[in-house]
Design a protein around this ligand. Sequence first.
Ligand code: HPA
Length: 234
Amino acid sequence: MTVHIGAKKGEIAETVLLPGDPYRAKWAAETFLKDVRLVNEVRGMLGFTGTWNGNPVTIQGSGMGMPSLSIYVNELIKDYGAKTLIRIGSCGGMQPTVNIRDVILAMTATTLSTPSRGIFKEVNFAPCADWSLLQAAAQSAASRNLTPHVGGIYSSDVFYDERPDLNEQMVRHGILGVEMEAAELYTLAARYQCRALAVLTVSDHLQTGEALPSDQRERSFGDMVEIALDAAFA
Ligand code: HPA
């Protein structure tokens, strides 16, 4: 047990999928894994461990935003020995070429700041995905007839953004989408020699104002879970 995770040692797999929403963790575990058991419910941040094609997998909610994700990922890596951590989540599309429901594989994540900002002082660290996971996820998406966008995303600290000028600069520099967690995941993975990737579905679009209807979110979410599982065990 840790401060925020109630699982016993050995109840968390080396491969962890991280949706922001704990109920998505429940849905994904019950839909895609076998022999599923609940391993965490501290603060309602549900985590489940089961198997996929015989491989142990944990699906743990991370909450919204980098401070929340940072707590779970620190404990998963340092206390439970997680080695491969894949965020599965939604993002806002930022480029005209990116459509609702498209999958984005985040090669890098730009930020104003992460919870790790303090240790870098004047350095702007460049958080990036693990290449083996990125490559395997791109292959998995292609095999499902999905054409993923692979490139940079923006990990913002705010959903209700009061700085449209920042988004403009992101768009201008080719950033594909905006979410709120990947940069800290990549930074922690780098620090502790783990593999990390963020697989994202475009749920809304900042330029067109479109949003994915709730009944279609589950289906798109399922594609991400399968891509993440394929990549983890490629
Ligand atoms: N902003 C930040 N995070 C998000 C968004 C957004 O528009 N959509 C999904 N996650």
